[in-house]
Write a protein that binds this ligand. Structure first.
Ligand SMILES: CC(C)(COP(=O)(O)OP(=O)(O)OC[C@H]1O[C@@H](n2cnc3c(N)ncnc32)[C@H](O)[C@@H]1OP(=O)(O)O)[C@@H](O)C(=O)NCCC(=O)NCCS
Length: 176
């Protein structure tokens, strides 16, 4: 079966023309995409990937550099993360790429598009990132989206919410 990424146009946001009608049901995310995403790109603050059909934006995801660090991670979990990395004693931070914002249009939610989009992005990071390494993908997940991220292989970094979101991570080495 063809995936959403084959059906819709997958690209990096480059101009205003790439921004089509979009409503994911969350005003902050809508406003970011429509009014701020291009400014973030132009100011080197975040890149936005998009899935478009002819008239609508189906999904968008903004990405920026990040790290996970021992002081912001649950102690037991940090031990577990370090065990998977050689020379673990020497590092207090590991490189990551952060999902700044991810949303699927309300018309398309719940049909697997968010998961397919996320899988494509994970593969792109692994295959097309020759300049800088990133071991983890991170996100500060909205409470209502935590199940979505768990289903897509993410785990919480903490046992509690931070500023009403849950910091979560995905280990990209599991895809190699
Ligand atoms: C969260 C979001 C990106 C998921 O994309 P999607 O295309 O709807 O997700 P999928 O169809 O791939 O869903 C896969 C799983 O995620 C979970 N899920 C998806 N949407 C959910 C929702 N609104 N509430 C709870 N769980 C949800 C379900 O467990 C689902 O599994 P199932 O199909 O076995 O039930 C999308 O619903 C969205 O944009 N929501 C509004 C904005 C938002 O919350 N963004 C996340 C910010 S951190």
């Amino acid at each position: 079966m063809a995936s959403a990424v084959d059906i819709y146009r997958f690209s990096r946001l480059e101009s205003e023309n790439d921004i089509k009608n979009f409503d994911c049901g969350d005003q902050d995310l809508n406003d970011f995409f429509i009014y701020k995403s291009l400014l973030f790109t132009q100011n080197l603050l975040a890149n936005t990937l998009i899935l478009n059909d002819t008239d609508n934006t189906v999904a968008f995801c903004s990405l920026l550099n990040d790290k996970i660090s021992d002081i912001e991670t649950d102690k037991n979990l940090w031990r577990k993360i370090k065990k998977d990395i050689p020379h673990r004693k020497h590092f207090r931070n590991y490189p990551a790429i952060k999902i700044g914002r991810l949303a699927v249009s309300i018309i398309y939610q719940g049909s697997g598009i968010g998961s397919e989009f996320l899988s494509t992005i994970k593969q792109l990071i692994i295959n097309n990132n020759p300049l800088s390494a990133a071991r983890f993908l991170t996100v500060d997940a909205y409470p209502e989206a935590i199940q979505f991220y768990i289903k897509n292989g993410f785990r919480p970094l903490l046992n509690e919410y931070r500023s009403r979101t849950m910091p979560m991570y995905f280990d990209l080495i599991t895809l190699i």
